[in-house]
Design a binder for this molecule. Structure first.
Ligand code: PEP
Ligand code: MG
Length: 571
C-alpha cells in the first residue's frame, strides 16, 4: 500500500525513483595513542591535502554550475584548511601528546566549533558550520572513505536525508539525482534555497516518517505540493510519469517567456514581480524573468540569529538586491516581526493574541532605534537602484504619518552627514488590515502606492487565524467580500493617480488572476517560480472580458459562485 508523507514544498517539480538514503551520523573516534607520532603527522597532512584537492574540485564544479556566489562557500572551506590555528593545534596534539590523528582532529575541531558557536558574532558562528564540514572531510580522508556518500551515486535516485548541507547540495549530480526529501528544514533553510537555485524538485521538513523509508524503495515526490508517495502502485506511477512529462513540457514552453513583457491578448500591460526573503532568492528571481521585486520580507535578515543585524550589514544586503535588479523597481518592506515571526533575542513580552498585538510597524514605532537603523540602511542603499520603501500593518493614518516623519528625520540626518540619497524613492504601505482597505481613500494622498497583503487581509477580514488548520476553509481569496475590498483599494488609489500591487499569495493564484486583472491591479508579486506560469496565463486572457467578469463576481454571494463564473467564462 502506498504511504503518503506531507512536507514543505521547497522547490517545484516531480521526481520519481528509488530512495537513496544518506546516513548523517558523525564518526566519533576512540581515544587512541599513535605508535609513531611523526608518521602520524604525515598521515594527517596527506589527509588535509586530499580534502583540499576534493574541495577545489567541488569549488570549480559549483562555480561552473551555479556561479560565483555559491562557490564562495567552498572558498571559505578551503580557508579553514589553511587556518594555522586549527591545523597546527592538531599537529601539536599528534606530535606532542602522541594522539592518533583521528582523535586529535576530533578533539581540536570540536573545541573550535564550540568556541565559535558561543561567539557574539553571526559571521563567526557561521564559521562553526564550515569547520565542522571541513573536519568531517579530513576525517573521511583519514579513514580512507569517499569524501561523501553522494559521490558514490551511480543510478538515478531520489535522495532521502536528515538534512543536506550546502556542500552536499552543491555536489548533487543532476543527471542522476531526480530530487530530494529531508526530515528537517523550512522554505528558507539552506537546502531549500539551494534546491530552488538548482531547479531540483525538493520537499523539506517532512518529519520523522521519512527516516522510515528504506534504501531502494520507490518514491514519487510531488514537490510543488510538498507530497511524497512511498511505494506507489503501477497505476499511480503511470499517472505521475505523465504528469511529469506535462510539467517538463510546460516549463520548457514557459521559459521562452522569460524576457517577454507581461501583456494580455488585448495589449493591456501589468507587472509581474517577485517576493523574496533573502539575497539567496535572487538567482531564481533573475532566472524567472521578474520585472521587479514586489516584496522583500526583511524580517528574515533578523531571524535565525542571536542579535540584531547592524546598519552596515543591512545596507550590504539591500545594495546587493538593488544592484542585481539593475534599475528595476525593488519594494523593500520594513521589519514585520510579531504574529508568527518571533525574535527571541529581543525578549518581547508574551501577548495573548500576537496577530492582533504589537506586530510590524506597531513594534517599530514602539522601538524607534530598531526602526531608525533599518531606515538608515535603506536610505543609504537607495543610490544603488530604484528603491521603494513599504510600511506593513498600518491601520490608521497617524501610524503612516509617524513612520514617514521618522524616515524624513533620518534622511535629513544622513544628508547632513554628506550621504548620497536617491531623490526618487517611492513610499508605500501594505493593505493588510480591513481598516486600511476600507479607509484607503484616507491614505492615498500620503503614499505613492499600495500593496495588498491578502494573507493577512483575509485572515483579519474573516477573523480566521492563518496558522489554524481548523478554520483554513475561511481562507477564500475569491470571495466577493475580499474582491470588494480589493476594488475599494484600487478605486481609492486611482482617485489620486497611485498604483496598486498585491504581494499576498492570492496574487500568484491562477484562479484569482483573471479577477485581479479585471479589477485593475497593476502589479502582481509572487514567488519567483510562479511568475512564468502567470505570464503564460495572462497572455491568454482578455482584459476587457476580465473587467466584465470581475464586475459580475462582485455581485455574487459565495467564493464557489465566483469560481464557477470564471470557469464558465473561460470555457
Ligand atoms: C500578507 O500579509 O499578505 C503578506 C504579504 O505579508 P506576510 O505574508 O509576510 O505577512
Ligand atoms: Mg502580512
Amino acid at each position: 500500500m502506498t504511504t503518503t508523507i506531507q512536507g514543505i514544498a521547497a522547490s517545484p517539480g516531480i521526481a520519481i525513483g528509488p530512495a537513496y538514503i544518506i546516513a548523517t551520523e558523525r564518526y566519533v573516534p576512540p581515544a587512541e595513542q599513535a605508535n609513531r607520532p611523526q608518521e602520524e603527522v604525515e598521515r594527517f597532512r596527506q589527509a588535509v591535502a586530499k580534502a583540499a584537492a576534493e574541495l577545489e574540485q567541488i569549488r570549480q564544479a559549483t562555480l561552473e554550475r551555479m556561479g560565483e556566489e555559491k562557490a564562495e562557500i567552498f572558498e571559505a572551506h578551503l580557508l579553514v584548511l589553511e587556518d594555522p590555528d586549527l591545523i597546527e593545534a592538531i599537529e601539536e596534539q599528534i606530535a606532542g601528546e602522541g594522539l592518533k590523528a583521528e582523535y586529535a582532529l576530533h578533539q581540536t575541531a570540536q573545541s573550535f566549533v564550540e568556541t565559535l558557536r558561543d561567539m557574539d558574532n553571526e559571521l563567526l558562528r557561521e564559521r562553526a558550520a564550515d569547520v565542522e564540514d571541513v573536519a568531517g572531510r579530513i576525517m573521511d580522508a583519514l579513514r580512507g572513505r569517499q569524501g561523501s556518500s553522494l559521490a558514490s551515486i551511480t543510478q538515478p535516485c531520489v535522495i532521502v536525508a536528515d538534512d543536506l548541507t550546502p556542500s552536499d547540495t552543491a555536489q548533487l549530480d543532476l543527471n542522476l539525482v531526480q530530487g530530494f526529501v529531508t526530515r528537517v528544514g523550512s522554505r528558507t533553510s539552506h537546502s531549500a534555497i539551494m534546491a530552488r537555485s538548482l531547479g531540483v524538485p525538493a520537499v523539506v521538513g517532512a518529519g520523522t516518517q521519512v527516516m522510515e523509508i528504506t534504501a531502494g524503495e520507490e518514491l514519487i515526490v510531488h514537490a510543488g505540493e510538498g507530497r511524497i508517495l512511498v511505494g506507489p502502485d503501477a497505476e499511480e506511477r503511470a499517472r505521475y510519469v505523465r504528469e511529469r512529462e506535462q510539467y517538463v513540457a510546460r516549463q520548457r514552453e514557459l521559459a521562452r517567456l522569460k524576457d517577454e513583457p507581461t501583456v494580455t491578448l488585448d495589449e493591456h500591460r501589468v507587472e509581474l514581480a517577485a517576493n523574496i526573503g533573502n539575497v539567496e532568492d535572487m538567482q531564481q528571481v533573475l532566472d524567472n524573468g521578474a520585472e521587479a521585486i514586489g516584496l522583500f520580507r526583511t524580517e528574515f535578515l533578523y531571524m535565525g540569529r542571536a542579535s540584531l543585524p547592524s546598519e552596515e550589514e543591512q545596507y550590504q544586503q539591500y545594495k546587493y538586491v538593488l544592484e542585481k535588479m539593475d534599475g528595476k523597481p525593488v519594494v523593500i518592506r520594513t521589519l514585520d516581526i510579531g504574529g508568527d515571526k518571533e525574535l527571541p533575542y529581543m525578549e518581547l513580552p508574551e501577548e495573548d493574541n500576537p496577530f492582533l498585538g504589537q506586530r510590524a510597524l506597531r513594534l517599530c514605532l514602539a522601538h524607534p532605534e530598531l526602526f531608525r537603523t533599518q531606515l538608515r540602511a535603506l536610505l543609504r542603499a537607495s543610490k544603488h537602484g530604484q528603491l521603494k520603501i513599504m510600511f506593513p500593518m498600518i491601520a490608521v493614518l497617524s501610524e503612516l504619518l509617524e513612520a514617514k516623519r521618522i524616515l524624513q528625520e533620518e534622511k535629513e540626518r544622513l544628508l547632513g552627514e554628506g550621504e548620497a540619497i536617491s531623490e526618487s524613492i517611492e513610499i508605500g504601505m501594505m493593505i493588510e488590515v480591513p481598516a486600511a482597505a476600507l479607509g484607503a481613500a484616507i491614505f492615498a494622498p500620503h503614499v505613492d502606492f499600495f500593496s495588498i497583503g491578502t494573507n493577512d487581509l483575509i485572515q483579519y477580514t474573516m477573523a480566521a487565524d492563518r496558522m489554524n488548520e481548523q478554520v483554513s476553509y475561511l481562507y477564500q481569496p475569491c470571495h466577493p467580500t475580499v474582491l470588494r475590498l480589493v476594488k475599494l483599494v484600487i478605486d481609492a488609489a486611482a482617485g489620486h493617480g497611485r498604483w496598486v500591487g498585491m504581494c499576498g499569495e492570492m496574487a500568484g493564484d491562477e484562479r484569482a488572476i483573471p479577477l485581479l486583472l479585471g479589477l485593475g491591479l497593476h502589479e502582481f508579486s509572487m514567488s519567483a517560480a510562479a511568475i512564468l506560469p502567470a505570464r503564460g496565463q495572462l497572455a491568454e486572457l482578455n482584459y476587457a472580458s476580465c473587467q466584465e467578469w470581475a464586475q459580475e463576481a462582485l455581485g455574487l454571494s459565495s467564493e464557489q459562485e465566483v469560481l464557477d463564473l470564471v470557469a464558465a467564462r473561460l470555457n
